[in-house]
Write a protein that binds this ligand. Structure first.
Ligand code: FMN
Length: 321
């Protein structure tokens, strides 16, 4: 797949996810084979106000390219400034037009942009004109009162280089099944490549989504939380590591890869512990393990609790770095 002049070496894309897709996690997913990784959303207003935590979100590792930084906002001037700034660090600037969270949509950002296609078109047109690297947009299915085919035709002709579509409407949040038929309609009517998103959990479902919709790539969200190994499974075309059945040893090895990167990028220990908890998902008897990890603040302690729980050798200080 190609997005503008950016070559993507396989069709498996890590979704933007708040509190998950930090620089260390993205880098790890690239190591396991993801073709493209997205940052979680960065506030264009926060950027305009020089917010320290917002500015930290632009950190990208040399290893993770190609990487898309996702921005959100409703003010055109801030989106333009933020997008231009982001373009110094990444390969693609993505606009979030799908976030359903109340505090985002009430400001006119995220999924609120779907209600006004002319305004969204204008934002994307201006972003594409002034940002020198490819611009993409991530949408959900727009509200029923908007003609879906016209919407796709309009948005895809704004100058963007690709569209990601999550096959749910805003009100669904993450419930119900993603509507792959709608994604197929988007593929048919878009004049730029489409990345399909929603309910891909392994190689079989990734292939099904591409077959059913004709999309050029699939984006994986929840199934990649605490499981960067899913990308090894996907690029091996399902031959290795069924995502639900990965042994504890492999998961912990991946977790150590995360904590090593996280330390290099200065990610706070409490965030690393939250990641560690996510890595235990799908491991045997993990609910009890998670209860033990609650309240732990030091990553080394969290890792040793996990190792002990699965009868694996305890690490010495140095082994974690
Ligand atoms: C914890 C979490 C955080 C998310 N944060 C973002 C975000 O920052 N930007 C965005 O565009 N989508 C975000 N999403 C939506 C995902 O990118 C994706 O569209 C959604 O999870 C559907 O894909 P899936 O069925 O593979 O999970 C988030 C989803 C989850 C579960």
């Amino acid at each position: 797949m190609q997005i503008g002049d950016v070559q993507i070496k396989n069709p498996y894309v890590l979704a933007p996810m708040a509190s998950v897709t930090d620089v260390a996690y993205r880098t790890l997913c690239r190591r396991y084979g993801a073709g493209l990784v997205f940052s979680d959303m960065i506030s264009a207003n926060g950027f305009a106000q020089n917010n320290r935590r917002t500015l930290e979100k632009f950190i990208v590792s040399p290893e993770e390219h190609p990487v898309a930084l996702q921005i959100f906002g409703s003010r055109l001037d801030n989106l333009i400034k933020c997008g231009i700034y982001a373009s110094q660090f990444c390969d693609i600037v993505d606009l979030n037009a799908g976030c359903p969270v109340r505090k985002v949509v009430t400001t006119g950002a995220g999924a609120a942009l779907l209600e006004n296609p002319d305004w969204l078109y204008r934002i994307l047109k201006e972003m594409s004109q002034v940002i020198e690297i490819p611009v993409t947009v991530k949408i959900r299915i727009p509200p029923e009162n908007i003609d879906f085919i016209e919407f796709i035709e309009q948005i895809s002709s704004s100058g963007v280089d690709a569209i990601t579509i999550h096959g749910r409407v805003r009100e669904q949040m993450y419930s119900g099944r993603a509507d792959w038929e709608k994604i197929a309609v988007a593929v048919e009517h878009s004049c730029v490549p489409v990345i399909g998103n929603g309910d891909v959990v392994d190689y079989t479902t990734a292939k099904q989504m591409m077959d059913v919709t004709g999309c050029e790539a699939v984006m994986i969200g929840r199934a990649a939380i605490g499981n960067p190994l899913i990308f090894r499974h996907l690029v091996s075309e399902g031959r290795v590591l069924n995502p639900k059945g990965i042994p504890a040893r492999e998961k912990i090895h991946a977790l150590l890869g995360y904590t090593d990167l996280a330390r290099k990028f200065g990610i706070p220990e409490k965030i690393q512990v939250l990641h560690a908890i996510k890595f235990t998902r799908d491991l045997p008897r993990s609910a009890r393990l998670r209860a033990r990890l609650t309240g732990i603040k030091k990553i080394e302690e969290a890792i040793n609790i996990i190792l002990r729980y699965y009868d694996l050798p305890i690490l010495q200080n140095t082994e974690i770095s």
